[in-house]
Design a protein around this ligand. Structure first.
Ligand code: PEP
Ligand code: MN
Length: 344
C-alpha cells in the first residue's frame, strides 16, 4: 500500500499517517517526491485497509502496490531515481560512460588505460580487484593491491571508480576503497551480500544474473533498497542462451521493461554480453537508442596481453570512436531536452 499525501499536506499530517501505520505493526517509509510525499507501507502481513487512511487530513489517496518488488517499483515511486556519484548523475536523462579493463593487473596498466578512457570521454573507471573466474587456475585479481591501484587512478584522473565486491567477508574492505560497489552476475542472488549492500553507504551496481528473469533481478534489487540503500544502478550484461556467435545474448528488451516497472537507472554492459570485440560498438549504439542510462565497457591498451577478457576488450582508439558515436546518437535522440551525457 502507498499512501499518497496531498501536495499541501503538513509535516504533522504526514507524521499522523506514519503513526497509524506503525500502530498497525508495519513499517512506514516516506518517499519525498517533486510535488508531494508518499508513504510506503512495508512488512504488512496481508492486505492493508485503504479506509484507514482515506479519511485522514492531508491524505489524497491510498493505492495498493501489486508488484512483489515494492520499493523498486514505479507503483511505489513514480519519478526516476537519479544516482549521484560526486558531480556525476545516472538516471532520468543523465547518461554515463564507464570504462576500464576487466581486471586491474598493475599500476602502470591501470593508469595507462585510465588516461586513455578519460581523454576519450569516460566519466567513471572500472576494473576488478577481486575477479570471479570460472576456473580456479585463472588470474583471480590483485585483491587489496588492486583496490589501492584504483584509489591511485581516482587521485590521478579525478574519475570515481567501480569494482566488484565478491563476498560478504571482503565487503568492508572494498567499500572503503571504491565509489560504486559492483555485484556481479554470479552473485545476483547472494542474499547475504545483497543484505550487506543494503547497509552500504555507497551506490551499488547490480548486474543481472546469467539466467535471471527481470522479476528475479528486481527482487534482488529490492533486498538492497529494503536494507536502506536507495542507490541501485541495474546493469544488463547479457543472459545465457543457446547461441554460439556471442558469449551471452544482450537482452536489450530488458531496458523498456525495467524502465516501465522500476524507477531505478539501468545501464548496459555490451562487453560481457558479446564476449568479442567486434560486437561491442554496434551493441553500444543500440544501448543508447533503447534509452538506457549508460554503458560499461571493457578497454585495454594491449588486449592480447590482458590477464582476463582480452578478446572482448576494445583498443583505446575503438573506445574513442565508440564515445563519439554514442554522443552523436544521444544528441539526435535528446536534442532540445534536458538530458545529457555527463560532462558534455
Ligand atoms: C565484470 O564486470 O568484471 C564481470 C565479471 O561481469 P559479470 O559479473 O557480468 O560477468
Ligand atoms: Mn571481464
Amino acid at each position: 500500500m502507498l499512501v499518497v499525501m496531498d501536495h499541501k499536506a503538513t509535516p504533522e499530517e504526514i507524521d499522523a499517517v506514519v503513526a497509524v501505520i506503525e500502530k498497525k505493526g508495519c513499517t512506514a517509509r516516506p518517499i519525498p517526491g517533486g510535488e508531494r510525499v508518499s508513504i510506503g507501507i512495508l512488512n504488512n502481513e496481508g492486505p492493508v485497509d485503504a479506509g484507514l487512511f482515506l479519511g485522514l487530513p492531508g491524505v489524497k489517496d491510498a493505492i495498493p502496490v501489486t508488484r512483489p518488488y515494492k520499493q523498486v517499483s514505479r507503483e511505489f515511486k513514480s519519478e526516476d531515481t537519479v544516482v549521484k556519484i560526486g558531480d556525476i548523475k545516472i538516471g532520468n536523462g543523465f547518461f554515463v560512460i564507464i570504462a576500464g579493463p576487466c581486471a586491474i593487473e598493475s599500476e602502470t596498466q591501470a593508469l595507462t588505460i585510465a588516461e586513455h578512457v578519460h581523454k576519450a570521454g569516460a566519466q567513471i573507471f572500472r576494473g576488478g580487484a577481486f575477479k570471479p573466474r570460472t576456473s580456479p587456475y585463472s588470474f583471480q585479481g590483485l585483491g587489496e593491491e588492486g583496490l589501492k591501484i584504483l584509489a591511485k587512478v581516482r587521485e590521478a584522473t579525478g574519475m570515481p571508480v567501480v569494482t566488484e565486491v565478491m563476498d560478504y567477508e571482503s565487503f568492508d574492505l572494498v567499500e572503503e576503497y571504491t565509489d560504486i560497489l559492483q555485484i556481479g552476475t554470479r552473485n545476483m542472488q547472494n542474499f547475504s551480500l545483497l543484505r550487506r549492500a543494503g547497509r552500504a553507504q555507497k551506490p551499488v551496481l547490480l548486474k543481472r544474473g546469467l539466467a535471471a528473469t527481470i522479476e528475479e533481478w528486481l527482487m534482488a534489487a529490492e533486498y538492497i533498497l529494503e536494507g536502506g540503500n536507495p542507490d541501485v544502478i541495474l546493469c544488463e550484461r547479457g543472459v545465457r542462451t543457446f547461441v554460439h556467435h556471442s558469449r551471452n545474448t544482450l537482452d536489450l528488451s530488458a531496458v523498456p521493461v525495467v524502465r516501465k516497472e522500476s524507477h531505478l537507472p539501468i545501464i548496459i554492459d555490451p562487453s560481457h554480453a558479446a564476449g568479442r570485440r567486434d560486437q561491442v560498438i554496434p551493441l553500444s549504439r543500440a544501448a543508447v537508442a533503447v534509452d538506457s542510462h549508460g554503458l560499461m565497457v571493457e578497454v585495454h591498451h594491449a588486449p592480447e596481453e590482458a590477464l582476463s577478457d582480452g578478446g572482448q576488450s576494445l583498443y583505446p582508439h575503438q573506445f574513442e570512436s565508440l564515445c563519439r558515436q554514442v554522443e552523436s546518437i544521444f544528441d539526435i535522440l535528446h536534442n532540445g531536452s534536458t538530458s545529457a551525457i555527463n560532462g558534455k
